[in-house]
Ligand binder design. Structure first.
Ligand code: A3P
Length: 315
C-alpha cells in the first residue's frame, strides 16, 4: 500500500465492519475485537509488516491494567547503562513512560504502514494493546519476549471510566454516564475489547509458552512488587545482582514519583494528544468499591466467572 493513501484506503473496509459507538468515538469489530478507526489500520499494517528481532521486548495489555507502570519498569531494567547509580541520568526525568516503549498502533504504524525502524537501538522495546491473535506473526514466531499485564476486571473498568472522563471533560464535554460505560464494558465493547477475551488470549498462550510470555497481574505487582520485578528481570535476561537495584527500579517507577515529575504533570502525548497526568491516578486495588454498586459488582463478577471458567485463570 502506498504511504500517501494510508490509512484513508481503509474507509471502504470500515463500511463493511460491525460498528458501535463507545464514549465519543466509533469502534469497529475486526476478527472479534473492537478497535478505533484511528488504530485499526495501524494494527493491521503492523501485523503485516512488522519484523521482530529475537532481542525485542513487547509489553502487551488491555487498556488501564497498569501498563504505564511497566512502561517505566521494563526500560529501567533493560537499559541500566550506568544510569542506575546516577539518578540525574534517569530517562524518566524527561520522558513519560509512553516515550520509552513506543506503541505499534498509536505511534509507529499510525501514519506509515511500513516504517523504517532501523534507527532503534537493540534491544528494541515496544508496546501494543492488540490481542494475541492480532500480533504480527514474526512476534509470535521469533524468540522475542512478551510481558503481559492484566488487572481485576472491576478495577480495570473503573480506571477506564475515569480515564475516558478525564479526556472528554477536558474537551468541554459532559462526563460519560457510568451506567452506559458499564453496559459497554460488559458487552465487551471498548477499545481492544472484549476485555475477558483479550486476557484469555494471552493467558492460554503463556501456559503453552512460559518462556515466551510472562503473564503478570497488577494486584500481584502491588502486593509484592519486589518479587514480581525480580521475576520480570529474570524473564528478560537481566536478573538483578544486588538488592539495591530492585529498590532503585521500584523507587524510580513509583506512582508517587512519576506523577510528580514535571514532564508528567505538564506534558501531553504528541501522538494521542492525551495529557500525561491522566495516566496517573490512585493506583489502588479495590477502587471499584468506591464506584460500583452491588448490582454492577454481581453482574461483572458473573461475567468474569463464566468467561474464565475452566481456564485456570482467577483473580
Ligand atoms: P487507576 O486509574 O486505578 O488509578 P494503564 O497504565 O494501563 O493505562 O493503567 C492505568 C492505571 O495504572 C491507573 O490506575 C494508574 O493510576 C495506574 N498507574 C499508573 N502508573 C503507575 C505506577 N507507577 N504504579 C502503580 N500504578 C500506576
Amino acid at each position: 500500500m502506498e504511504y500517501s493513501s494510508f490509512p484513508s484506503a481503509f474507509s471502504t473496509l470500515f463500511g463493511e465492519l460491525p460498528k458501535e459507538t463507545w464514549c465519543c468515538s466509533d469502534l469497529y469489530n475486526w476478527e472479534g475485537f473492537w478497535y478505533a478507526s484511528s488504530h485499526l489500520p495501524a494494527a493491521m499494517a503492523a501485523r503485516l509488516n512488522f519484523q521482530a528481532k529475537d532481542t525485542d521486548v513487547f509489553l502487551t495489555s488491555s487498556m488501564k491494567t497498569g501498563t504505564t507502570w511497566l512502561k517505566a519498569i521494563i526500560p529501567t531494567i533493560m537499559n541500566p547503562i550506568g544510569c542506575m547509580n546516577d539518578d540525574n541520568n534517569d530517562p524518566l526525568l524527561k520522558r513519560h513512560p509512553n516515550e520509552l516503549m513506543p506503541s505499534l498502533e498509536f505511534q509507529l504504524f499510525k501514519e506509515n504502514p511500513n516504517p523504517d525502524l532501523s534507527y532503534m537501538p537493540s534491544p528494541r522495546l515496544f508496546r501494543t494493546h492488540v490481542p494475541y491473535p492480532m500480533l504480527p506473526e514474526s512476534v509470535k514466531n521469533s524468540t522475542c519476549k512478551i510481558v503481559y499485564i492484566t488487572r481485576h476486571p472491576k478495577d480495570t473498568f473503573v480506571s477506564l471510566w475515569h480515564f475516558l472522563n478525564s479526556l472528554v471533560t477536558t474537551h468541554g464535554n459532559d462526563p460519560w454516564p457510568m451506567n452506559e460505560a458499564f453496559d459497554s464494558f460488559c458487552r465487551g465493547v471498548h477499545a481492544f475489547g472484549p476485555f475477558h477475551d483479550h486476557v484469555l488470549s494471552y493467558w492460554k498462550e503463556s501456559i503453552k509458552r512460559p518462556e515466551k510470555i510472562l503473564f503478570l497481574r497488577y494486584e500481584d505487582m502491588k502486593k509484592d512488587p519486589k518479587v514480581e520485578s525480580r521475576r520480570m528481570a529474570c524473564f528478560l535476561g537481566r536478573p538483578f545482582e544486588k538488592e539495591e537495584e530492585v529498590d532503585k527500579v521500584l523507587w524510580r517507577c513509583s506512582l508517587e514519583r512519576l506523577k510528580n515529575l514535571e514532564v508528567n504533570k505538564h506534558g501531553a502525548d504528541p501522538w494521542l494528544g492525551f495529557e500525561y497526568k491522566f495516566y496517573f491516578r490512585r493506583g489502588s486495588v479495590g477502587d471499584w468499591k468506591n464506584n460500583m454498586n452491588n448490582e454492577m459488582k454481581e453482574k461483572l463478577d458473573h461475567i468474569t466467572a463464566m468467561k474464565f471458567e475452566g481456564s485456570g485463570l482467577g483473580f
